[in-house]
Every structure is written in structure tokens, then in C-alpha cells.
Design a protein around this ligand. Structure first.
Ligand code: GLA
Length: 327
């Protein structure tokens, strides 16, 4: 054997040993979320824990409210010898940074909820993703609102449609577009659409945005409100209450169906938070984590795109719907 070949062989053997050591490392998977205090993300974490318990691996949960914390969290995972992670980023434009950092640390990465985009704003196809069917779910919101407007005998011409907007996030834009299209198909005049842009995706930002929108549009007798999640609609509902638009003059349907919505339904008197489209934190938490686990242990990559569906849940049918969804 010449010197060159023997060198190559040694290198290959070393590589094999390193690989075997790697395979024997205990499995550790991260679950990074943009808004750890939001019930939706708490639920995702809870279901991810369930997967970890069942398969016997360690789950590392980290809240990443901004880009800096996100980068530190990925470095931290690598330092802890994790093999992969699921992520919902604080800003989808951080997509390339996530991809690069994961590659550098040899970590498998899958996104959840908010799909990562590249510099041109296109989805990064190489990173597997699970999100909701945003436009369809938005349509369910709009159809639910339109049906209740009709049931109450309101005339669409007198209804203001408040779109609590967070347009820099594609899934948010698609959700509210779906709602809007359904409302327009049911006769809502275009001129009655009122945008309430929020600076963050929490209740407080939605409340502030809705207050401004109410002030600027005093002419409507009735209101419907929708947005990207339950928090957005709850903010609008709270703002409406402050202005005398209670349950009999306003209607809101959110998206999510986690604790924030259930608390609202549990109040003795109905509020303007009429319903929510229940989506599945179990699929988004348990399934994504399991997919990354299989990727790490069996080298089986997750499907590149999975879109989950939702079901309209109101104060009236909540118990039934939750049971159907296995919650
Ligand atoms: C986004 C929203 C969350 C939740 C998820 C569901 O991340 O900010 O509130 O609705 O989508 O996929």
C-alpha cells in the first residue's frame, strides 16, 4: 500500500469511529419558539415533551424572542451536543441565518408555524416545515363570522370588518386574506374593511391597534374582528368593550383554540369573542419533534411541507369539538 492510500484509509477509519461515537450519543432535540409565554407555544412544548418521554430522548426548550437570542440558542444546542431542533422564528427573514447556523453545527432543523424565507422572500424549501393551511383556515373564520352576522340579522352595510394585521408574516397575511375573501363573498362591502396593524403578535399590541382603528372609524353600528391568532382577536374584543361594543354589537373569531380562547368561553357571560378555529398543537408539537427524532436516529428526512387543518369552535360546541380533536 502506498503512503497516500494508507493515509486515506486512516482518515476513513477515523471518520467511521467519529460517526459511531456520534450515533451512540444520547439523543437531544431542541424546540425553539418565538413567544414562549403564548398558550399555543406552551401547548406545542407540552406535546413535544410527550414525544421525548415516549422515545426516551431529551427535549431542550428555549424561548427566542429576537434574532440575537435565537442565534445564541442554536449555538447553545450545539454546545450541548444536540443533534437537531424544531423552530418557530421571531422573524421569518432570519431564515438564511438559521439555515447557515444549523449547517455549521451539523444540526438537523425543521420549522413549525412560521415558514422561513430566503433573502428574496421565497420559502426555504430545503428546511422541512409544518404549518397551518393559512388561507383555508382564514376562510373558515370569515364564513363563521358571516354566518353569525346573518343569524343576528345585521346588514353587512352597517358592519365594520376589523382586520388585525401583521402583514410581515406570510401565514398571518394569508389567514386574514382568507377571512376577508369569505366576508366579501358574503356581501361585505370593500369600503367597510378597516386595517388595524399590530407591532407584535400579542394581545396588547392588538388592543392598541384596534383602539386606533375604532377611533378612526366611528360610523359603524356593528363590528366583526379577525386576525392571525386568538390573541389578535382578544385584543380587538377588549378594545371594543372599552368603547361600548359588547357581545351584542361585535363578533370576533380567532385562530388557535388554546387556553386563551378557553378562558374566554369559561366566563359566565358571553363576550364578543364568538369563536376560534381550533388548530392542532399536538400535530405541531408532538409530530414535528418525532419527525426530527426519526431524522436523527434513522436518517429519514421529514416531508418537505405539511399543512394542518382546523375546525370552527364556539362557546356552544367547544366540548364536542375538543373531544373530536382528542384534546
Ligand atoms: C403563528 C402565530 C401563533 C400560532 C401559530 C400556529 O406562529 O403567531 O400564534 O397561530 O402561527 O401555526
Amino acid at each position: 500500500m502506498n503512503a497516500r492510500r494508507s493515509l486515506l484509509l486512516t482518515a476513513l477509519l477515523a471518520l467511521g469511529a467519529a460517526h459511531a461515537a456520534h450515533a451512540a450519543d444520547p439523543v437531544k432535540i431542541g424546540f425553539l419558539v418565538k413567544q414562549a409565554e403564548e398558550p399555543w407555544f406552551q401547548d406545542e412544548w407540552r406535546f413535544a415533551e410527550q414525544a421525548a418521554k415516549e422515545k426516551g430522548f431529551t427535549l431542550v426548550k428555549i424561548g427566542i424572542p429576537n434574532g440575537e437570542k435565537m442565534m445564541a440558542a442554536i449555538d447553545n444546542l450545539a454546545a450541548q451536543k444536540a443533534q437537531g431542533f424544531v423552530i418557530c422564528v421571531p422573524d421569518v427573514k432570519l431564515g438564511m441565518a438559521v439555515e447557515r447556523s444549523a449547517k455549521r453545527h451539523q444540526l438537523k432543523v425543521m420549522s413549525v408555524d412560521d415558514r422561513l424565507v430566503d433573502g428574496a422572500g421565497k420559502p426555504i424549501e430545503a428546511i422541512p416545515h409544518m404549518g397551518i393551511s393559512a388561507y383555508e383556515i382564514g376562510k373558515q373564520v370569515g364564513q363563521g363570522l358571516a354566518a353569525e352576522v346573518k343569524a343576528r340579522g345585521w346588514t353587512m352595510a352597517e358592519v365594520g370588518a376589523m382586520r388585525v394585521a401583521y402583514d410581515q408574516l406570510p401565514t398571518a397575511r394569508e389567514r386574514t386574506q382568507g377571512a376577508l375573501d369569505a366576508l366579501k363573498a358574503a356581501g361585505l362591502p370593500e369600503a367597510n374593511v378597516v386595517d388595524a396593524p399590530q407591532s407584535k403578535t400579542d394581545t396588547e399590541s392588538a388592543f392598541n391597534a384596534a383602539n386606533i382603528a375604532f377611533t378612526k372609524n366611528p360610523k359603524f353600528k356593528h363590528w366583526v374582528a379577525f386576525g392571525l391568532n386568538d390573541e389578535a382577536v382578544l385584543g380587538a374584543v377588549r378594545a371594543g368593550e372599552g368603547r361600548g361594543f359588547k357581545q351584542d354589537a361585535m363578533l370576533g373569531i380567532g385562530i388557535g383554540g388554546s387556553q386563551a380562547a378557553l378562558n374566554e368561553f369559561a366566563k359566565p357571560a358571553a363576550t364578543a369573542f364568538f369563536g376560534t378555529v381550533l388548530i392542532s398543537p399536538k400535530r405541531h408539537g408532538y409530530e414535528t419533534t418525532l419527525l426530527v427524532y426519526q431524522w436523527v436516529t434513522e436518517n429519514k428526512a421529514p416531508p418537505s411541507l405539511t399543512l394542518t387543518s382546523g375546525t370552527l369552535m364556539t362557546r356552544r360546541n367547544q366540548a364536542e369539538v375538543r373531544k373530536q380533536m382528542g384534546l
